[in-house]
Design a protein around this ligand. Structure first.
Ligand SMILES: Nc1ncnc2c1ncn2[C@@H]1O[C@H](COP(=O)(O)OP(=O)(O)O)[C@@H](O)[C@H]1O
Ligand SMILES: [Mg+2]
Length: 342
């Protein structure tokens, strides 16, 4: 068994490192491969690996597109299995895709409108009720999310995104970034030519429900102001079993390997799936605590059984590497188009 670990942008190194550490701890041979290399195809083809562990960086659209394109060649043409799977990495950091996928499969989520022309967006706003939630396609910790409370701001957003007179003149909507005390406009991440508008759901909190292999964990992300994402406030409570069943079903339907499903719980107790992320911040080595005891659920004999322990070490990559190796050994990729060529 020899695994590849894909290295990409410098920012990515800590993630590559934690895959390396996970392989070392579990005793698997690995080689680090550079997906940015000019001869990446030859480098990867000649590495002789049984599968490749991937960490995608998704907050700059052109970089995410690079992953979507090159990973597709690795899976479909070089026929090397990757983990997590190609389909779930396509959804990753792609809020438009979350809404399409959830609609296509009839899963509950906040009504979401994606427009590609200024006219369609302005027509929609004419009859819309406020507040509305505007989102960029990628972004974490609520950085790309804005609650818009009136028509004036909503229309201004749309004009910025599509350009005042002609799309070819659009500089896009630019947010401010920060390095220490210095604030600067993030021109490289301007939002242009599409808008995502979601109904505002008044929420109690958000649930993060995780499934990797047969490990299920979950906790609440609590609100700080209007936003749960990035609040760093956690509710360590037993996640509802309906959500554990839901994440299990979604992983079966989408054939997803590793998933953090974020679910908004509304004030009136309804669940709305908000995000489906294959890769996610997992800074604590546990992701669930029940009555102060860290642990996970496992699905055994048709039931979720609690097991005490610390399972999410190395940013959950111990679980990912274990699941990947099991799938390779069990022939999961044989018969799939990902099967390696003789
Ligand atoms: N439709 C919505 N209604 C109300 N609040 C929302 C809605 N969508 C997102 N939020 C709030 O904004 C936060 C960030 O949104 P999210 O889509 O999860 O973006 P991010 O990728 O930044 O986490 C959520 O944690 C939630 O608190
Ligand atoms: Mg989120």
């Amino acid at each position: 068994m020899k695994l590849g670990i894909l290295r990409s942008f410098t920012k990515d190194d800590k993630y590559t490192k934690s895959y390396e550490e996970a392989c070392e701890e579990l005793g698997f041979e690995y080689i680090v491969l550079n997906i940015l290399s000019d001869n990446w195809i030859e480098e990867i083809r000649n590495a002789g690996v049984d599968g490749i562990l991937v960490r995608v960086i998704g907050n700059i659209p052109e970089q995410k597109q690079m992953f979507d394109e090159r990973l597709r060649i690795i899976c479909k043409d070089l026929k090397i299995p990757i983990y997590p799977s190609l389909d779930e990495l396509y959804l990753y950091e792609n809020k438009r895709m979350y809404s399409y996928w959830l609609t296509a499969h009839h899963y509950p989520h906040a009504p979401t409108h994606v427009f590609y022309t200024k006219k369609d967006a302005l027509d929609y706003l004419r009859g819309a009720e406020f507040p509305l939630v505007f989102k960029t396609n990628s972004g974490a910790s609520s950085s790309g999310v804005e609650i818009v409370r009136n028509k004036f701001w909503a229309r201004l957003n749309v004009h910025q995104i599509f350009g005042m007179f002609d799309p070819r003149l659009s500089l896009g909507k630019v947010k401010l970034g920060r390095i220490g005390a210095l604030r600067f406009p993030k021109f490289g991440m301007a939002q242009k030519h599409y808008v995502i508008i979601q109904d505002f759901i008044p929420i109690k909190w958000e649930w993060r429900i995780i499934k990797i292999g047969n490990t299920y964990s979950g906790h609440q992300k609590l609100l700080k102001g209007n936003f749960a994402s990035g609040s760093d406030r956690v509710g360590w409570v037993d996640p509802p079993k309906t959500l554990l069943h839901l994440v299990k079903e979604i992983c079966e339907v989408g054939q997803f390997d590793s998933l953090a499903m974020d679910v908004l719980e509304s004030l009136d107790g309804k669940f709305y799936i908000n995000e489906l992320q294959s890769l996610f911040g997992s800074y604590l080595p546990f992701q669930m605590k029940i009555n102060d005891v860290p642990g996970r659920y496992q699905f055994v004999d048709n039931d979720f059984i609690f097991q005490e322990g610390i399972f999410h070490g190395k940013g959950s990559n111990l679980l990912r590497v274990e699941d990947f190796v099991n799938k390779i050994r069990n022939g999961y990729y044989e018969g799939k188009r990902q099967l390696k060529k003789e």
